[in-house]
Design a protein around this ligand. Structure first.
Ligand SMILES: [Zn+2]
Length: 252
């Protein structure tokens, strides 16, 4: 009996160890497929599917192949805001050229009952961070006086770069709306790997409006922050990526 309980004890210990080391990896680790510089310079197709995405996080943002709309990844569900401003749930087989995601787990929660615009919301969150060099995932839930978003139409021609695609973007002005901002903050030293500063996508609570956030005004919101400890990046192997000149910088 004594022997059996020792085995059982070891099993429990092993289980505990496995669970705790798994959660250490799971939380605080951002995963991204491709560096943002590749999307910005015209690599608009990837091989990374939504089903693969769902294994690496439950919260994030990105776009779809051909820049076919804006992606919001919230509570494990991937939403697409299309160029008409309509929201749909794409199939798991759909692919993305760029996504940033995490298993969201708030380390800090702050209530904000003031009306702040995008720039002042950034400054407000900055004050809650230990350093300007901090990377974090941010979820902002609640009521907004206004959120201005954009989305864009799928590109079918050869792509030059993202700013050309965005010349034909659709803009949506959402007023007095309840919903969630899904976003990340990357410091400027990471600007070729991800969007430097705060990058938010919005999804309304009724899941029928949203997009990439251009401007906003908060009303009553709850800000949840997860501090990022690790970044894991998938480097694409597509011909689009391999043939694209992303530039070269040398250490001096
Ligand atoms: Zn965006």
């Amino acid at each position: 009996m004594k022997h059996r309980s020792t085995i059982f004890g070891s099993f429990l210990l092993l289980l505990f160890f496995t669970t705790s080391s798994f959660s250490q990896v799971k939380y605080g680790t951002v995963f991204q497929s491709s560096p943002i510089i590749s999307l910005l310079t015209g690599v608009m197709n990837g091989n990374f599917t939504i089903s693969k995405m769902k294994k690496m996080g439950d919260f994030g943002l990105g776009t779809f192949n051909g820049v076919d709309g804006e992606m919001i990844f919230l509570n494990g569900i991937v939403y697409r805001v299309d160029a008409e401003g309509k929201v749909n749930i794409p199939p798991n087989s759909e692919k993305t050229p760029f996504v940033t995601e995490i298993f969201f787990h708030a380390d800090t929660v702050i209530k904000l009952n003031n009306t702040l615009d995008f720039a002042n919301l950034d400054k407000f969150i900055d004050k809650a961070l230990p350093s300007n060099n901090t990377v974090c995932a941010i979820k902002v839930i609640g009521k907004f006086e206004a959120v201005q978003t954009r989305s864009e139409r799928k590109q079918t021609n050869s792509y030059s770069n993202l700013s050309d695609v965005l010349k034909n973007q659709s803009i949506f002005n959402l007023k007095n709306i309840q919903g969630t901002l899904v976003g990340f903050r990357f410091p400027s030293y990471m600007s070729e790997l991800n969007a430097a500063g705060y990058h938010f996508h919005f999804l309304s609570e009724n899941k029928n409006q949203g997009g990439h956030v251009l401007a906003l005004m908060t009303k009553n919101v709850r800000i949840e922050i997860e501090f990022v400890k690790n970044i894991k990046m998938r480097i694409p192997s597509s011909q689009d990526f391999l043939n694209n000149n992303l530039g070269e910088k040398k250490l001096n």
